[in-house]
Ligand binder design. Structure first.
Ligand code: CA
Length: 232
């Protein structure tokens, strides 16, 4: 079940949100204490956070900034809820790392639509603690990879590559997508670099088992144990 955290100190509003989100089939966790939010997010790993701006002790903006610095929870979409309607505040909220911004009073159907949109945009992988494919296991919190009982040492780039491939097994990722996701938009690297790192990743993984990385000619790579690998 998709879990949503509602951070709201006005109890009536928190309950209204809970009621409507549950009606849509989401699991809801409510938190009203600003100081506890980050720890609660780390514990529950929600798929999305509805975050009130004005909270006692710690503001939504501060909480948002902290969440965005924590590798394991920083990709969770955050929708900021606020009574402030100023353009300047909106910018402040978005620069703090919020994905979206909804001004109170809001219409419930509109908020539900925003929740859906932001969930769709979010990478599924962000809230998972572990990825498993066949005998390969990735511990995303401790950043460790195992094949069966064997620990596989991977460099950071190989780790990110594997994480992406394992996030959607059998999906073919083009070199361009791999470059963009693993290396980022701002760094210039040749697409051949992808091949070099895939080769390293294969070498590390295949020490303890069959090659599950499939090379799709002229396209890219996928994680697929059902295909016989004929290349490399
Ligand atoms: Ca409030």
């Amino acid at each position: 079940m998709v879990k949503i955290m509602v951070v709201e100190d006005e109890q009536a509003l928190a309950l209204l949100l809970k009621y409507n989100l549950e009606k849509e089939g989401y699991e809801v966790v409510i938190e009203s204490n600003g100081l506890k939010v980050v720890a609660e997010v780390e514990q529950h790993c929600p798929s999305l956070i509805l975050l009130d701006w004005m909270l006692p002790k710690m503001s939504g903006v501060e909480i948002c900034k902290i969440i965005r610095t924590k590798p394991d929870i920083k990709n969770i979409p955050i929708i900021m809820l606020t009574a402030k309607g100023q353009e300047e505040d909106k910018i402040k909220g978005l620069t703090a790392g919020a994905d979206d911004y909804v001004t109170k009073p809001f219409s419930v159907p509109e908020l539900m639509a925003r929740v859906k949109t932001n969930l769709r945009r979010a990478p599924e992988i962000s809230t998972k603690k572990e990825l498993v494919y066949e005998d390969i296991k990735m511990d995303l919190l401790e950043k460790k990879v195992f094949r069966g009982e064997n620990y596989i040492h991977l460099g950071p780039t190989e780790f990110r590559l594997l994480k992406l491939l394992m996030s959607e097994p059998k999906k073919v990722f083009s070199r361009e997508v791999l470059l963009k996701t693993v290396w980022g938009d701002n760094i210039y690297v040749e697409s051949r670099t992808v091949d070099v790192h895939i080769r390293r990743l294969r070498r590390a993984l295949n020490e303890f088992g069959t090659d599950y990385i499939r090379t799709v000619r002229a396209t890219g790579y996928s994680m697929d144990s059902s295909q016989e690998n004929t290349e490399e």
